[in-house]
Write a protein that binds this ligand. Structure first.
Ligand code: ZN
Length: 272
């Protein structure tokens, strides 16, 4: 395979660690050029530090460290404001002036398309239309990413996602023996991420589990301190062998392929 260029577009620092770190490390190890672009610095993320510019700077530093561990050749931040999340999980009422969700999506798409052009990108990774679990900035990544690929004529667009079927099975099983807090509704996961039959790519990233874990750990502001049940903190406690099993696959959807397609590498089935 000739060396190609893949651009991974994410909403906030640490999203790359959770969703695509293994695939990024794999492509870099195979000699491809891997570029990481975030829309925001994540300055309104949950952290021990107060939300604000200082947190944004810290999170960008963490992003650079994570990108270096994964073998990225370039990291860019589009500089939009982190739209945050309301306590109930929807759109936050108080948002910065330049919040990503309030941005003109055509303008944002042009900014990303300029990077795709510069890089001669062969592949762009975005999110599924639901934005995974529905963070408004993640939904916007889908919208802006689709349009940017159209403008730049990027051949392959992959939607990074999670196979929700095993996740739902696990949650339902857990629900029988464990009483979830009242605000936790398993049904919200029925429309989150993607169902098994829509997923076209299952990338085996077990070989890159160590890099993926190190990438998660690089986002220390999201993984330590304060309340200990943050996603990243919980994930980092998973023992090594189990970690490879649980985080050993990354999933993508390519919409130009028929559902039921099963591929194992991002560059498989090169579009005509
Ligand atoms: Zn995010």
């Amino acid at each position: 395979m000739p060396p190609r260029t893949a651009v991974f577009f994410h909403a906030h620092p640490d999203d790359e660690a959770l969703l695509t770190a293994g695939t990024m490390a794999m492509l870099a190890a195979e000699g491809h050029r891997v570029v990481l672009v975030v829309a925001t610095a994540g300055e309104r993320g949950l952290a021990e530090m107060e939300p604000g510019d200082e947190l944004g700077e810290t999170r960008l530093e963490e992003l650079y460290a994570s990108a270096a561990l994964l073998g990225c050749a370039r990291v860019e931040c589009l500089g939009y404001g982190d739209s945050g999340l309301s306590p109930k999980g929807g759109i936050a009422e108080e948002r910065p002036d330049n919040a990503f969700i309030d941005a003109d999506s055509e303008e944002a798409a042009k900014a990303l398309a300029a990077i795709l052009d510069e890089e001669g990108a062969d592949l762009l990774s975005i999110y599924d239309p639901a934005g995974g679990y529905g963070h408004p900035d993640h939904v916007q990544v889908h919208r802006v990413g689709r349009r940017a690929a159209e403008i730049a004529g990027t051949k392959i667009v992959l939607e990074a996602t999670v196979n929700r079927d095993p996740l739902l099975r696990l949650l339902r099983m857990a629900g029988k023996v464990y009483r979830f807090p009242p605000e936790f509704d398993v049904r919200t996961f029925e429309s989150a991420y993607s169902s098994s039959e829509t997923i076209t790519h299952r990338v085996n990233v077990r070989k890159y589990a160590r890099q993926k874990r190190a990438s998660m750990a690089a986002h220390a502001s999201q993984a330590t301190g304060g309340d200990s049940d943050r996603t990243l903190a919980v994930m980092l406690k998973v023992p090594g062998p189990l970690y490879r099993l649980v985080f050993g696959t990354e999933w993508f959807v390519r919409r130009d392929l028929p559902p039921g397609t099963r591929l194992s590498h991002p560059f498989d089935q090169w579009p005509r």
